[in-house]
Design a protein around this ligand. Structure first.
Ligand SMILES: [Zn+2]
Length: 305
């Protein structure tokens, strides 16, 4: 592994969506700054530095209140530093269980966040799997993009975040519709996608059941909505004849360009002319050296069917 000390060492910290487009947040080791890049056509030309070094994915150099921001920046294990892990675990537990706990033991910050309209949706993925989910109404499109949904029905709206979670649990309990889809299933779907019409049919049929379930529960808190959403990125030509990127983005060297992103999964253009699918999540937090590396050799398997 040849290293050039002139090269920038960076860490991709997170992927986020703005105006329906994917961006990456990048930490630069030399300047200690975090900046954003448009991911479409972004070159991922890097090698993972060894020994492995990780930056906390929560690190934000622009954080205004440094005394309150306890982020330790360096990570010993996992994706986040110890302080961020502890804080986020408490927050996530309260956030996800807010509807099943006494309000007195939930933080004021979370209760405040619950005081806004929420939408319950059914989202479909290209392998045919579906999930039920909730989002603050104002950011439901962004939420669907973050998750890499392909087609979704927005089924009901509630005035707050607590009643929507009660409905979500009801749907899971009564209809057996889960609340999460694994990345492996999302990638399997992108490699062997259902026809969009077939996926629409699956989501629409489930949504009818969901509506029935909600109306029989006589929830006074929810209003029926009937609105569907499609992920525009799923129609981009680069996904049409895609194969799996055979190497892990978290090791070795890589030379590809981002053609499209669905959730955290990217279609990557390779110099051989192939377009390959990989999980960008693999790279998040890792310290990598940017430079002309050419990329490790790829041994791409043809589709089995
Ligand atoms: Zn941290």
């Amino acid at each position: 592994m040849i290293s050039n000390s002139q090269n920038r060492i960076v860490s991709y910290l997170r992927i986020f969506w703005k105006n329906d487009q994917p961006y990456g947040q990048i930490f630069d080791q030399e300047t200690d700054r975090v900046t954003s890049v448009d991911l479409i056509t972004h070159s991922l030309t890097y090698q993972v530095i060894s020994p492995i070094k990780r930056i906390c994915v929560n690190y934000d150099s622009k954080s205004e209140n440094r005394t309150l921001d306890s982020c330790e920046k360096l990570v010993i294990k996992g994706r986040k530093c110890g302080a961020c892990n502890r804080r986020d675990n408490i927050y996530a537990a309260q956030f996800h269980n807010v509807h099943t706990r006494e309000p007195e033991i939930t933080s004021a910050e979370i209760l405040k966040r619950m005081e806004r309209p929420n939408i319950l949706y059914i989202a479909g993925f290209f392998d045919g799997s579906i999930k039920v989910g909730t989002s603050a109404s104002v950011r439901v499109q962004t939420r669907l993009l973050e998750q890499g949904a392909i087609y979704a029905n927005l089924v009901a709206e509630t005035p707050d975040g607590i009643s929507v979670r009660i409905l979500e649990d009801l749907i899971t309990e009564k209809l057996g519709i889960g609340q999460a889809i694994s990345t492996r299933k999302k990638i399997d779907g992108l490699l062997n996608p259902l026809k969009l019409d077939a996926l629409r049919e699956i989501v629409n049929a489930a949504s009818i059941e969901v509506e029935r379930c909600i109306s029989s529960a006589k929830s006074e808190e929810s209003t029926k909505i009937d609105c569907n959403w499609e992920n525009e990125h799923a129609y981009e030509g680069c996904w049409a004849n895609i194969k799996k990127y055979p190497n892990s983005l978290s090791a070795g060297s890589h030379d590809v360009k981002v053609a499209s992103v669905i959730g955290k999964v990217a279609a990557l253009d390779h110099s051989s002319g192939m377009t390959l699918v990989a999980d960008l999540d693999e790279i998040l937090g890792l310290a990598v050296e940017l430079g002309e590396f050419g990329g490790d050799q790829l041994s791409v398997q043809e589709k089995l069917f």
